[in-house]
Design a protein around this ligand. Structure first.
Ligand code: NAD
Ligand code: UD1
Length: 350
């Protein structure tokens, strides 16, 4: 059978680049599309190198999703079997400051993509949603049926896109859509050659720990140690980015094999909760570095405990995360120590 063609929007990004590599290794033909707003072309080059011979099955398009003409041209040249849609802005704080930027980029970008897919008869989609849609869950683990809410414009874009997908699929049963709700992706490819390289000051826990470990930041602020948790700090479900990338391969297999999938949603997490202090201690062990801490007040909008029920993905996608916290920290440190400035250089630090 001829290899299937997959378009990966946001393919140069953190999760995108790991997924591109895995797709190539699984024998897919991949077009990675990105405007490089929050990423570097170096990530694509390195994913291609890691893919060895399969590198020939990868091409890159520097396109903004909102540029309908440019996007249509990409679809004119290749008949895609499916699209994995990662492209979007993801900084929660920035989304509160600049909601229009987020609504424009994430919503207009996705609407344009869906229109172009529709016009070209490509109706298979995997979309990156987020556990953020569970808000502050009343209980854990979070199952896919939990009530949804949005605490900020970023989260609202995820909710709106999920709803749009359900509406589109209802209106036209040829569409097959899988919404993946990621919990907290961390870690890097075990080669240490690709990883997360956030621009500016990181928002999330692991990139911040990493920057303290390599000496770019002096200390980690712990946002709240008065939660009702094992040690008072927030609990999350951290998942190795390679497991997450794997989940996309399973989602594609489901799309291609199940004629009646409709629009389905799956959590991608490990089902295990880890506190901030447990994560710091695991990272210290993996890196041999000490992470100075400053106890601070809670971060507005933060939930206390969030972790996934993984039963549905296990049952229906035949997918389960394989890596634990130790391996996540080991691979994060391997990437960080080999690339203390990410894909960039000290001069570009803001
Ligand atoms: P990332 O910023 O590393 O990757 C997103 C990529 O999309 C970037 O390379 C960026 O340049 C590109 N992009 C943004 N807007 C674009 C546009 N209009 N046109 C073309 N390219 C555009 O982020 P990531 O961590 O890899 O996240 C990927 C997806 O997963 C995002 O949709 C994000 O919201 C979602 N997600 C991420 C996390 C996380 O913690 N990383 C958690 C839940 C969900
Ligand atoms: C955050 C976002 C969420 C998004 C997710 C993945 C908020 C309110 N939520 O979630 O919408 O989907 O990232 O991108 O921003 N922590 C510290 N110090 C730090 C950073 C974090 O103590 O410097 C703590 C947090 O309080 C939390 C835990 O570490 O308890 C994890 O934080 P983070 O990595 O930002 O992820 P989420 O809070 O799950």
């Amino acid at each position: 059978m001829a290899p299937k063609n997959i378009l990966v929007t946001g393919g140069a990004g953190y999760i995108g680049s790991h997924t591109v590599l895995q797709l190539l290794q699984e024998g897919f033909r991949v077009v990675a599309l990105d405007n490089l707003d929050n990423s570097s072309f170096i990530a694509i080059k390195r994913a291609a190198e890691l893919a060895g011979d399969a590198e020939k099955n990868l091409s890159f398009q520097k396109v903004d999703l909102r540029d309908k003409e440019a996007l249509s041209k990409v679809f004119d040249t290749i008949k895609f079997d499916a699209v994995i849609h990662f492209a979007g802005l993801k900084a929660v704080g920035e989304s509160v400051q600049k909601p229009l930027l987020y609504y424009n980029n994430n919503l207009v970008g996705t609407i344009t993509l869906l229109e172009v897919m529709n016009a070209h008869g490509c109706k298979n989609l995997v979309f990156s949603s987020s556990a953020t849609v569970y808000g502050w869950p009343k209980q854990v683990p979070c199952t896919e049926e939990f009530p949804l809410s949005a605490a900020n414009p970023y989260g609202r874009t995820k909710l709106i896109i999920e709803e749009m997908c359900r509406d589109i699929q209802k209106s036209d049963s040829e569409w097959k859509i899988i919404l993946l709700r990621y919990f907290n992706p961390i870690g890097a490819h075990p080669s240490g050659y690709i990883g997360e390289d956030p621009r500016g000051i990181p928002n999330n826990l692991m990139p911040f720990i990493q920057q303290v470990a390599v000496g770019r930041k002096a200390e980690l602020m712990v946002f709240g140690n008065d939660y009702n948790t094992k040690d008072g700090t927030g609990v999350r479900d951290y998942i190795h980015v390679v497991d997450l990338a794997d989940g996309h391969i399973s989602a594609l297999e489901k799309l291609f094999s199940d004629q009646n999938i409709g629009c389905e949603v799956y959590n991608l997490g490990t089902g295990k909760g880890t506190s901030v202090l447990e994560m710091v201690s695991a990272f210290e062990k993996a890196s041999g570095k000490s992470i100075p801490l400053v106890m601070c007040t809670r971060r507005p909008g933060d939930a206390e405990i969030v972790y996934a029920s993984t039963d549905k993905a296990d049952r229906e996608l035949k997918w389960r995360a394989k890596h634990g916290i130790e391996e996540m920290c080991r691979d994060q440190w391997n990437w960080a120590s080999k690339n203390p400035w990410g894909y960039g250089f000290p001069e570009s630090e803001s």
